[in-house]
Design a protein around this ligand. Structure first.
Ligand code: TYD
Length: 214
């Protein structure tokens, strides 16, 4: 039975999710609240293997193959969903059962925005298909960090991975996809403007988290 809180963080490339999650973890710990940070794809042995395949990089280094050109969008979706199924079973549900606050860097909304909308598989189709995988592991709150992809991508300092290297049009569609999702699920998904200072983004995120947990 679920007792903790499940909070996911979404956004385009370079939206600052990972740094924000780190600050939120520190804040929650300073309030003596148990929390864990986890991410997708990855966080289990299977997930980390799948991450290397789907992003075509290992420990930050590019793996050379021509997968970028040949990976079918449906196959890509299945790889993310396989990682998610294992993640839910091994990490997310057990942590929620232990009363933890789970802070998850990307989750199902990424599949809907990236594979469903940007790769044209269809938002509703991916929602329906993925519901078989996630069942009731639905976030209590999703914080979506909204940023113009031009600004976001200019912030990415490491070498671009397989998905980051897509054209600007693709990144714009990802942003559209998240906006469509935020309209569809307004209670769960909160949009935060990520172009402002880190401190302001943090304050806005904490406001939303406090409404959930306090
Ligand atoms: P990552 O290095 O974790 O990127 P970020 O720091 O932006 O979160 O790479 C994850 C990439 O995988 C990112 O480009 C988004 C993409 N992705 C999907 O396309 N579908 C998904 O379901 C998930 C979870 C991620």
């Amino acid at each position: 039975m679920k007792k903790g809180f499940f909070i996911t963080f979404e956004g385009g490339e370079g939206s600052g999710k990972t740094a924000l999650i780190g600050s939120i973890k520190k804040y929650l710990e300073s309030r003596k609240l148990d929390c864990i940070v986890t991410r997708e794809p990855g966080s289990t042995k299977l997930g980390e293997h799948l991450r290397e395949i789907v992003l075509q990089e290992k420990k930050g280094k590019k793996i050379s193959s021509n997968l970028s050109k040949t990976l079918d969008p449906k196959a890509e979706l299945c790889l993310f969903l396989a990682s998610r199924a294992q993640h839910i079973k091994e990490v997310i549900l057990p942590s929620l059962e232990k009363n933890n606050i789970v802070l998850c860097d990307r989750y199902n909304d990424s599949s809907i925005a990236y594979q469903g909308h940007a790769r044209d598989l269809g938002i509703d189709k991916v929602i329906e298909f993925s519901s078989f995988i996630i069942e009731d592991a639905i976030p209590d709150l999703t914080i979506y960090l909204d940023i113009d992809p031009k600004i976001g991508l200019s912030r990415v300092q490491s070498k671009l991975d397989r998905i980051e290297s897509e054209k600007m049009e693709f990144h714009k569609k990802i942003r559209d996809g998240f906006h469509i999702l935020a309209k569809k699920f307004p209670k769960r998904i909160k949009i935060i403007d990520a172009s402002v200072s880190k401190e302001d983004v943090f304050k806005e995120a904490i406001k939303n988290i406090s409404k959930l947990i306090d």
